[in-house]
Write a protein that binds this ligand. Structure first.
Ligand code: I24
Ligand code: DGL
Length: 264
């Protein structure tokens, strides 16, 4: 099947998932749509996130994708079930992959999750973790200041270090041996987070696990791309094309980045 895999996100953060997909699925074409104009989704209501998500998916359906990857944790948290019911192609979110990796990694079954307000409020990580191991002990913390920190570009140095330490302070007296980075942006500050939680804690990022899961589904459903021509990458943004291109070319190992603006 030579159709592209659709990848959606509230903005540019989902490029962390695309990066892993390029590594694990080098022969797949990808069509990415990021709603940068309305990012962040984290502080928005569930109803609004679901409404925005359907606008995004309606566009991708017209582009004949063979599969949908929801790279955004906030979207996965509130819209995955509905999308899986209504879409004719397989739909994968980032939450299950992250939860599975955490269950594999933990020895004590004490797991911390950091994410946006929307993701924490939904309880989606708790549900995924409990259904994998019912006696899991999960503590979730919303970290609304971390997305703006990464997007400010000032995520290195003392200021960022202090902000991350302050943000994670509520977990000081919580026991956990595994922490899930339940947001697209957090892998970028993984080093700072690891410094705060210490090296006894196993930090799990869902981006890599999701890419592995996509590979499994393609194999299982016999829909991997077989074309010998190089794959195609196409990026759509609802916001500024040059800003998107500069972030994407900074982050992805691609020679040229084909970005188009899209109205939803
Ligand atoms: N990282 C993210 N978003 C940004 C940014 C960034 N600016 C610098 N860096 N801006 O997300 C988004 C907000 N914009 C969107 C367009 O309209 C104006 C507002 C994380 C990126 C995940 C790949 C820092 C930066 C970068 C490249 C890679 C990584 C990174 F430029 F952290
Ligand atoms: N992509 C979002 C997530 O993973 C973070 C940015 C936002 O709040 O929209 O939850």
């Amino acid at each position: 099947m030579n159709a592209p895999i659709g990848v959606i996100d509230s903005g540019v953060g989902g490029l962390t998932v695309v990066k892993e997909m390029l590594r694990y699925l080098p022969n797949e074409s990808i069509t990415y749509l990021g709603d940068t104009a309305r990012c962040p989704y984290g502080p928005r209501s569930k109803e609004q996130v679901i409404q925005f998500t359907w606008q995004i998916v309606d566009q991708l359906e017209k582009m004949n994708i063979k599969m949908l990857v929801i790279a955004c944790n906030t979207i996965t948290a509130v819209a995955l079930d509905g999308l899986q019911k209504r879409c004719k192609f397989p739909v994968v979110g980032v939450i299950n992959a992250g939860a599975q990796a955490a269950i594999k990694a933990t020895k004590t079954h004490d797991i911390a999750v950091i994410a946006t307000q929307g993701t924490v409020k939904s309880g989606a990580y708790e549900n995924a973790l409990y259904s994998l191991y019912s006696s899991s002990n999960v503590t979730s913390l919303a970290c609304p200041r971390l997305v703006p920190l990464v997007e400010s570009g000032e995520y290195e140095g003392k200021f960022a270090q202090n902000l991350v330490a302050e943000t994670l302070a509520p977990l000081k007296n919580t026991k956990f041996d595994t922490m899930i980075l339940g947001c697209t942006h957090y892998p970028i500050i993984q080093g700072l987070i690891e410094e705060v939680v210490g090296d006894q804690v196993h930090v799990v990022s869902s981006a890599e696990e999701t890419a592995k899961q996509v590979k499994e589904i393609l194999r299982f459903q016999h829909i991997a791309r077989t074309d010998k021509k190089p794959p195609e990458y196409l990026f759509y943004t609802t916001g500024s094309v040059p800003i998107f291109r500069s972030i994407a070319s900074n982050w992805l190992p691609l020679k040229e980045i084909n970005v188009k603006r899209i109205k939803l």
